[in-house]
Design a protein around this ligand. Structure first.
Ligand code: 9D3
Length: 253
């Protein structure tokens, strides 16, 4: 996959994408990231990329032409056509289903705004879709782009090893993950649940499924409503509710 990124801070995103799974995807040639800076496409000795908003008010608005020049340059630099994706607070909230669809494309062109955003005429003429990463305020689209890049990179064929396999992920099956433990078995903070030491893999799978169901029910009841639970799942969850067992606390969404 080729990702073109238009940003006033393309090195910032490139830096974030140079470590871990995404870095490995690039090293293996499964992902190529190309940055484009509107400042480099801006005219004049000042190389302006923003100006004051018509109608007044605080903040600045990104100019049409430097971004448009970047879009044309990026389009021309890649092998196939591409949609233009604008990371913006007004976008559709990102989900794993959207990530899967984005990951299936040959190319992405991600546009990051700074200040109050980009001139609406640029959005109307050039942007195909707008994506938000959630209902909180960032200072710009760069971290959102890094989130999209991370999420799509790990779905590229050959990026994850068996241990990291995406199939088992929370959100791929619509439930939260079960708790995990490692050595030592006994610790002042508590002991590892006995079932995990039993060697009985059917029992362990059942327990993990039950923990997944139980924590999803406790922490994300919205996901339980969406999930289509089997009869066995229902029984496991009922038993969890009756036991009143609550795993370690996490912040409620
Ligand atoms: C203080 C600025 N706000 C005026 C009421 C509006 C505003 C403009 C630009 C708020 C945030 C931003 C910058 N954010 C993004 O570019 C962004 C974003 C986000 O803030 N939250 C979630 N997803 C995204 S994707 C891009």
């Amino acid at each position: 996959m080729r990702i073109d990124l238009i940003s006033l801070f393309p090195e910032f995103v490139a830096q974030l994408a140079s470590h871990g799974v995404v870095g490995r995807a690039q090293e293996r040639g499964l992902l190529a990231l190309h940055g484009w800076n509107p400042r480099d496409c801006a005219e004049g000795s000042y190389r302006r990329v923003d100006d004051r908003p018509f109608g007044g008010g605080p903040g600045m608005v990104m100019l049409i032409d430097p971004i448009r020049a970047c879009i044309q340059a990026a389009r021309g630099a890649g092998p196939v056509t591409t949609k233009v994706t604008y990371l913006s607070p007004q976008g559709r909230p990102l989900t794993q289903a959207m990530v899967r669809e984005l990951a299936s494309r040959e190319r992405l062109l991600l546009l990051c705004g700074r200040y109050e955003g980009v001139d609406e005429r640029l959005i109307a003429a050039e942007v195909d879709e707008e994506i938000s990463i959630g209902d909180y305020v960032l200072s710009g689209g760069e971290l959102a782009a890094a989130v999209v890049i991370d999420a799509v990179a790990r779905l590229q064929e050959g990026v994850l090893n068996d241990a990291e396999s995406a199939a088992q992920d929370s959100f791929e099956n619509g439930l939260l993950d079960c708790p995990h433990y490692t050595r030592p078995v006994e610790h002042p903070l508590g002991d590892v649940p006995a079932v995990l030491m039993s060697g009985n893999h059917a029992e362990i799978d059942r327990w993990r499924r039950q923990q997944s169901l139980g924590r999803t029910w406790l922490r994300r009841p919205d996901l339980i409503d969406e999930a289509s639970l089997s009869r066995t799942d229902r029984q496991l969850l009922d038993a969890f509710r009756i036991a009143g067992e609550e795993p370690a606390k996490a912040a409620k969404p």
